[in-house]
Design a protein around this ligand. Structure first.
Ligand code: ZN
Length: 218
């Protein structure tokens, strides 16, 4: 199967990608890994990617699409692939569809793990770390016995900049703004498989498996 996996940071995409890949025999292609690997191997595309990253610029869609197409043409992707982290915008989704069409193929489905902004905020915004022993706590899911103190060593708990409520809110807002048109696009194309991501991990996995079975039959 040829799939895209969509979900906000904190939606559990990373947790679901590996079991999905095993179950389907499809290769998991994360765009971040793809960039790192190309840079490491020093391929022609890798050198171009590096020049953008070094300048702190975004890698142009055209280059990313070429890298993705190269990767999915590799023998290990013949049984299918799960794209993760790409496409992220409507423009990228259109460019990907066009490139796939040139190869006479198309996406079978887009799995969207849907989690409300409020729940994302709870999951991502509640992390506290011990200054002394680095133990990790969560306000809701694994709170310390005494607020602000580490259970293990009594050290002071603090929040990293990335875990602070305002930073988290900004990240979620940016993601929603970018992906809303993408979700509408795939829904319109009848490719969107929406999964309730607020259930426990196993339940989410079972729902994905069930949805993909139905998707295969059509
Ligand atoms: Zn501690």
């Amino acid at each position: 199967m040829r799939l895209v996996l969509l979900g906000a940071p904190g939606a559990g995409k990373g947790t679901q990608a590996e079991p999905m890949s095993r179950e389907l025999g499809a290769v998991h292609i994360s765009s971040g890994d793809l960039f790192r690997e190309a840079v490491r191997q020093g391929t022609e595309l890798g050198r171009q990617v590096k020049s953008y990253i070094d300048r702190g610029a975004l890698v142009p869609d055209e280059i990313t699409v070429r890298m993705v197409m190269e990767r999915i043409s590799a023998p290990d992707a013949s049984k299918g692939f799960i794209l993760d982290g790409f496409p992220r915008t409507l423009e990228q989704a259109r460019a990907l569809d066009a490139a796939l069409a040139q190869h006479g193929i198309s996406l079978d489905g887009v799995v969207y793990i849907n989690v409300s902004p409020e729940e994302l905020q709870r999951r991502l915004g509640g992390r506290w770390i011990c200054r002394r022993c680095q133990a990790v706590y969560h306000e809701v899911y694994s709170p310390p016995k005494i607020s602000g103190r580490c259970d293990r060593c009594g050290g002071e708990l603090y929040q990293r900049e990335d875990d602070k409520a305002q930073t988290v809110k900004k990240r979620i807002d940016v993601y929603s703004r970018e992906t809303a048109p993408l979700i509408a696009y795939y829904r319109e194309a009848d490719k969107l498989i929406e999964i309730d991501g607020e259930q426990d991990i196993d339940r989410v996995r079972r729902d994905i498996t069930a949805a993909l079975k139905n998707c295969k039959r059509t």
